[in-house]
Design a protein around this ligand. Structure first.
Ligand SMILES: [Zn+2]
Length: 272
């Protein structure tokens, strides 16, 4: 949980802030931002605002970057909205803002956090640290495999994985149906890049997002894996399953174990 509010030590002079000190969340992580905001109950809204109302707080900008973004906008590329506070200060997105000024746009799409400048800045910094850190935490498919208890590994021998799809353009790169005692389950292993997008050339050492529709995964593993960004909350309510997995351990269910073998095999033979 995040505490919302500003401590004296965090009272930085925003008007003099340097670009390197600004919190940033990559565009690929924008959905994570929304997810976390929902999780901690912060209000926000998507609004298109008159550009005159927006107040920049970053003192320096990279001219080339502004040029590049201007070109992208003119080519019709859809950009994520800029992040602003309830009192219209830019928290993230100064280059996009300057590109809009550059192109003499009258409106700009904004993601407005329901807190004024300092609180919004503090909150956004906290979230960006969490998101940027989570990318580096343990969650490669091998690490998840190695963390899986032996008793589950031994139980997985009755499970058969059947490859369903490898869609490079679609949402998942690798999905399987696994069959165990006549019950079938759908699961996926999704290799990701460090920046949070789908990795089209996966290796064993990539970090992954995994998911299975079995009860074991939903009740024991989904939330703990989600905490390090190794799974998306899909069906559960996002509350921690304290009774089921109080230490929030991260590992694979027996279906994902079986999918793991097939997945590694395909990677090694260059089939993905
Ligand atoms: Zn499962």
């Amino acid at each position: 949980m995040y505490k919302i509010g500003v401590r004296i030590a965090d009272l930085i002079i925003l008007d003099e802030i340097k670009r390197v000190d600004m919190p940033q969340i990559s565009s690929a992580d924008f959905n994570n931002l929304i997810l976390i905001m929902n999780e901690i109950g912060v209000s926000f809204q998507f609004v298109s605002l008159d550009i005159d109302r927006i107040i920049p707080i970053q003192e320096d900008a990279n001219k080339q970057k502004v040029e590049n973004i201007s070109n992208e906008i003119q080519k019709g590329k859809k950009l994520n909205p800029i992040i602003i506070s309830s009192d219209f200060y830019i928290i993230d997105g100064h280059h996009r803002y300057l590109a809009h000024i550059n192109l003499k746009k009258e409106k700009i799409d904004c993601f407005q956090i329901g807190y004024p400048k300092l609180s919004a800045f503090y909150l956004y910094s906290k979230i960006s640290k969490k998101i940027n850190k989570s990318v580096n935490e343990e969650k490669t498919i091998e690490q998840l495999y190695n963390q899986t208890p032996k008793k589950i590994k031994n139980r997985s021998t009755d499970v058969l994985a059947k490859l369903n799809t490898i869609t490079k353009q679609g949402r998942f790169l690798y999905t399987t149906t696994t069959i165990s005692n006549g019950n079938s389950h759908t699961c996926y292993i999704r290799p990701m890049t460090k920046k949070g997008s789908l990795n089209l050339n996966p290796k064993k050492t990539d970090y992954v997002i995994v998911w299975c529709d079995c009860n074991h995964f939903l009740f024991n593993l989904e939330t703990s894996l989600h905490k390090t960004n190794a799974s998306r909350i899909v069906n559960s309510n996002g509350k921690n399953p304290i009774i089921m997995n109080p230490k929030m351990k991260k590992f694979l269910c027996k279906h994902l174990l079986s999918a793991y073998d097939d997945y590694i095999n395909k990677i090694e033979r260059g089939k993905i």
